[in-house]
Design a protein around this ligand. Structure first.
Ligand code: FAD
Length: 219
């Protein structure tokens, strides 16, 4: 779809519908050599008859190679939904989502779910990618920003070309300094282990209670 990122929709055959909480994941049974492949559901829970998956194929391990080889019409099996990285929907705190790369997957599900079910708290997304060629879902994010006044997002590139006019650097360089009501907000972090360690450290050093920080480490 863009750069190393692929979005795939799996239409459910048996059972025909799934119920899950935004942020949860599934485990695909992919056979040898890897056996199982864990991927977050990127679509909103209201989409019952199918799930959307966002895969970074850069690792080219067993899982991403399996996904790349799938053809339209193939039948696959998965276990789920699983996981406790879910949105605190009832909380009135401003919600700050921080993702790197495909870490956007469960956050997209949460953001769509929250906004589409009339969530009124302020919702801010920080999304870190490397290059311009990695950018996708920008139209959708722009559409959400237009439709929901409580939603803002910033995409930041760590390795842009010189001509890039947008925000530069890693998400960790921006979030603390540019979040109003920092210590009152709740944070949802998803992506690489290093980003989550760095981001969590910055947040707690700046007074955010750890109970307000929710994380999912992908790799
Ligand atoms: C709860 C959970 C949810 C996940 N959801 C997603 C998801 O929605 N989309 C997704 O793409 N992945 C997701 N992952 C990671 C996923 O399970 C795989 O690790 C990843 O997709 C690569 O699979 P692979 O089999 O090709 O390579 P692996 O054999 O899993 O990994 C090969 C190597 O690449 C590294 N690696 C894995 N992912 C990346 C990456 N994105 N960028 C750079 N290096 C990487 C690994 O650390 C390892 O060293 C999730 C993981 C967990 C635990």
């Amino acid at each position: 779809m863009a750069g190393e990122f692929y979005v795939t929709r799996f239409v459910l055959a048996q059972p025909k519908e799934i119920q899950f909480q935004a942020g949860q994941y599934v485990i695909f049974l992919i056979g040898p050599p890897k056996g199982r492949h864990t991927l977050s559901i990127a679509s909103a829970p209201a989409q019952r008859g199918s799930i959307d998956i966002l895969q970074s194929v850069a690792p080219r391990g067993g899982g991403s190679t399996w996904l790349l080889a799938l053809k339209s019409g193939d039948t696959v099996q998965f276990l789920g939904p699983l996981g406790k990285f879910t949105l605190q929907k009832e909380s009135k705190r401003p919600k700050v989502f921080v993702a790197t790369g495909c870490g956007l997957a469960p956050l997209r599900s949460m953001i769509l779910d929250y906004l589409e079910t009339s969530g009124t708290a302020r919702v801010t997304l920080w999304w870190g990618l490397r290059h311009e060629t990695d950018i996708f879902w920008q139209e959708e994010l722009d559409g959400l920003r237009k439709k929901y006044p409580n939603f803002q997002y910033t995409m930041t590139l760590s390795k842009p070309v010189d001509a890039w006019m947008g925000v530069r650097g890693r998400v960790t360089q921006h979030v603390v300094g540019e979040t109003t009501e920092l210590t009152h907000s709740e944070f949802y972090l998803c992506g690489s282990r290093q980003m989550i360690i760095d981001m969590k450290g910055l947040l707690t050093d700046n007074g955010v209670p750890s109970e307000q920080i929710f994380t999912e480490t992908f790799f």
